[in-house]
Design a protein around this ligand. Structure first.
Ligand SMILES: [Zn+2]
Ligand SMILES: [Zn+2]
Length: 288
């Protein structure tokens, strides 16, 4: 028990110290300033080249989504996720050890060049996330949590990180084992995380880019706007589930871009009555 309390308090102080040093001592491997820099760049692009010309630079819920960015990226870990996940990993490893398994790695990729490892990690992680995202739409309980992300009515870059903290728990937990089997941990590769944030920001941005023929590989703002569209094709629980890559939607026939209407209404049935503050949105799925 003492060990557990120790590891909880170490995880808290560890993360707190990490966050403070991120803010006070900027380096090139710094999530805090990269998130701010990417946000400013994409926001500037929205202001200079807006796709929806009538949308304000400070669109509806701009500040709410700005808060979500820092909550989901930093504060949630500080409040508890870091401590809980450290314990989860410890418990899981002692469970494996009790079964005589000391190493989860099933395929050893460590001998490959670094960039090949990065690419494999990026593609595998994205495919797992695509499946988790589909699950969030298909399962009616999970959908109540995912509605927070779909409550966006006016789309802009910061909407990317408007999601319920349960999504972080679900994504990180379901990704852990398959990635660990390849010898990866999602925290391993700073650059992959930053690339995913950049693509995700662009997917939600008020900019019209489709990357030409690369649209079959890369997700983009036109494709993702249809993911958020109120209108769905008949008998479907969702379309365009891709996070960074669009290729899974084309391969598994869930891609749907009937037109490029920038004012396509967004949301879901009843979105006009969905809570509009952070606290109410965090509480909403539990009351459902
Ligand atoms: Zn979704
Ligand atoms: Zn989205």
């Amino acid at each position: 028990m003492g060990d557990f309390l120790n590891s909880i308090s170490n995880a808290y102080t560890g993360y707190y110290n990490y966050l403070i040093s991120e803010i006070l001592y900027p380096t090139w491997n710094n999530y805090f300033y990269w998130l701010i820099a990417l946000s400013l760049i994409v926001w500037l692009l929205e202001v200079i080249f807006p796709w929806r010309k009538q949308q304000a630079a400070f669109r509806k819920d701009f500040w709410l989504d700005g808060f979500y960015m820092f909550f989901n990226f930093f504060l949630f870990s500080l409040i508890g996720f870091n401590a809980i996940s450290t314990i989860g990993v410890d418990l899981f490893n002692s469970f494996l050890a009790s079964l005589g398994i000391n190493n989860l790695v099933a395929v050893n990729l460590a001998a490959l060049p670094k960039w090949t490892q990065l690419l494999i990690m990026f593609v595998v992680a994205d495919f797992i996330q695509w499946n988790i995202h589909r699950l969030l739409h298909k399962n009616k309980y999970l959908w109540e949590f995912h509605k927070v992300h779909h409550s966006v009515i006016e789309m802009g870059f910061a909407a990317h990180l408007r999601f319920h903290w349960m999504e972080t728990v679900l994504y990180k937990t379901l990704q852990y084992i398959p990635l660990a089997m390849l010898g990866f941990s999602i925290q391993d590769f700073f650059i992959i995380h930053i690339i995913a944030v950049a693509i995700g920001h662009l997917n939600h941005a008020n900019i019209k880019i489709t990357y030409g023929p690369l649209k079959y590989v890369l997700n983009n703002p036109v494709m993702h706007l249809w993911h958020h569209a109120h209108h769905l094709p008949k008998n479907s629980y969702g379309v365009n589930f891709g996070l960074s890559l669009s290729i899974w939607d084309y391969l598994f026939k869930t891609a749907y871009i009937p037109n490029e209407n920038e004012y396509e209404p967004l949301g879901f049935d009843g979105v006009e009555n969905f809570p509009n503050t952070f606290v109410k949105q965090e509480v909403y799925p539990f009351r459902k």
